[in-house]
Design a protein around this ligand. Sequence first.
Ligand SMILES: Cc1cc2nc3c(=O)[nH]c(=O)nc-3n(C[C@H](O)[C@H](O)[C@H](O)COP(=O)(O)OP(=O)(O)OC[C@H]3O[C@@H](n4cnc5c(N)ncnc54)[C@H](O)[C@@H]3O)c2cc1C
Length: 357
Amino acid sequence: MRRVAIIGAGVGGLTTAIGLQRHGWEVAVFERAAAPAPVGAGLSLFANGFRALDLVGAGDAVRAIAGPEQRLTAGLRRSDGRRLTVTPPEALCELRVVHRADLHRVLADALEPGTVTYGKRVEGIPDGYDVVVAADGLRSPTRGTPVRYSGWTSWRGVTSRPVDLLGAAGESLGRGERFGLAPLPDGRVYWFGVVSVPPGTGFPDEYAEVRRRFDRWHAPIAEVLEATDPAAIVRTDIHDLARPLPTFVRGTTVLLGDAAHAMTPDLGQGANLALEDAATLTDLLGTRPIAEALRAYDDRRSRTQALARQARVMGRLLQSRSPLRDVLLRLTPPSVAARRLTAVQAWSPPEVLSARS
Ligand SMILES: Cc1cc2nc3c(=O)[nH]c(=O)nc-3n(C[C@H](O)[C@H](O)[C@H](O)COP(=O)(O)OP(=O)(O)OC[C@H]3O[C@@H](n4cnc5c(N)ncnc54)[C@H](O)[C@@H]3O)c2cc1C
């Protein structure tokens, strides 16, 4: 039986473990955290992420925690609530927002008991495995190349009770500031605030700072913040990789997810691409010789690195302080946004790709 060690029990590591176990591999996952405690709040999953989950057989379990489609107007608004863009619903028909902790739980439950060893920080490349998958995140010790600060920091939170979103979700834009709202299946709201600040900026009271910046924005933002436990807010400085990697594969060690292509969260695609990576790698390793599978997996660079570039451009636009940005957004036809979103989600599992070529 072929053996794989996976470093990191995040979205990418757990999904790779599920896929390889289905292909009959002996799988060991090592996670430095003492217990499953994913950092973060909500996570948007798009059609491509669900397609990847289907490929490893976990799609239905995740759909069960994701709930049905919520009929809300999506798009961009100004801080006073005036609409800038409306995203055509067909471009988002599979979009669901899940709580990250629920997603991790469902993925971990799909594994054979004892697959993940918590409290195990991996130093170096483990010996005795046919393949080592480094799914060890943004600051991957395995990758060892630097990250760069985007220029903005973020707060994320989930309300403790349901809040009425008044028929709309999406992002609202200020000058160097933005706020996002998204419904969770149980009526609670996942929110994020993003502000442009110099690197290393600290705030004595994070909750007070979020309220100071966003309380006067359109409804129901103040109510959403009021309904959030200050202790449950997570602040994260936003980084991506300083430069795209020339390869994701070194010998039989392979980088996956943020370790391979950490990007700013402006397309909401980081975890979705980690799912695609996992589905692609496991499908290839399950059906081809190892060297050939890893060579083919390395083709993931073109899609993931292009989306990392797009995410950064989108982030700059959304964080812009220029009033011209709003004029530009208002003039952009909805069909352009729909085409962009459809293209981002257009991903086919590898056997479909190889059948086409
Ligand atoms: C503010 C923000 C919002 C986001 N929103 C979205 C969104 O809506 N949709 C989306 O798709 N993506 C989103 N993302 C991106 C998403 O969070 C990441 O792309 C995704 O979590 C990457 O998964 P991963 O498994 O590669 O890495 P991670 O989730 O970071 O997991 C890596 C794991 O490796 C472990 N680890 C690290 N080093 C070691 C070691 N030496 N030994 C053992 N274990 C180790 C870590 O503890 C961690 O559990 C967002 C990111 C941010 C910052």
